[in-house]
Design a protein around this ligand. Structure first.
Ligand code: ZN
Length: 185
């Protein structure tokens, strides 16, 4: 597993701040893959099951922002039971990289974040595609959509980053901060 902290992304703001010559030089490398210092990392979410929205800076000035992470943990709680678990910051970096890869300002539409063991067991009774040891139960996985992008497009972009697991489903994409692997649901 790569350490995302060593693979920082260029923000568009920063790209715009560079001269035209620098932009030409950068064109060969995808922006999300460049090792570069970014001032802050932010994410926007819209939870489709609770209707809650969140725009949050979760990393700034070289470190994760505890208050920002708490807000993310709350939004991505098990909405069926209300249980909160810490979401792995590497998953947030995966999303942040994906946001720039897709070049979108649209929020991540959340279908599922953290799942308690009780919720996961309940879902398993109704679906064969829910894993017994789902990374959702460790706060390391999220199911998302993004307006303007088909799940297949989102998954293709995410697979190319090799930052974790990517599962493609008809209506959403599963991303996790586990080992790099891909599958179709
Ligand atoms: Zn999932």
């Amino acid at each position: 597993m790569q350490d995302n902290a060593n693979r920082l992304e260029l923000t568009r703001r920063h790209i715009l701040g560079l001269g035209a010559g620098a932009l030409v030089g950068l064109a060969a490398a995808p922006a999300w893959a460049l090792v570069h210092k970014v001032g802050e990392r932010s994410l926007s979410f819209q939870h489709l099951n609770t209707s809650e929205t969140l725009s949050v800076v979760y990393w700034a000035e070289g470190r994760y922002v505890p208050e920002g992470l708490r807000e993310v943990n709350h939004l991505l709680r098990d909405f069926r039971t209300g249980e909160i678990r810490q979401i792995d910051p590497r998953l947030l970096d995966f999303l942040f990289s994906l946001k720039y890869r897709l070049d979108t300002d649209n929020p991540f539409e959340v279908i599922s974040g953290y799942r308690s063991p009780k919720t996961n067991a309940m879902l398993r009774r109704h679906s064969t595609s829910v894993a017994r040891n789902s990374l959702h139960m460790q706060g390391k996985a999220i199911d998302i959509r993004v307006k303007g992008h088909k799940p297949s497009q989102i998954a293709r972009a995410a697979r190319g980053m090799k930052l974790g697991g990517v599962g493609t489903y008809r209506r959403f994409v599963h991303l996790d901060a586990g080992n790099v692997r891909v599958w179709r649901g």
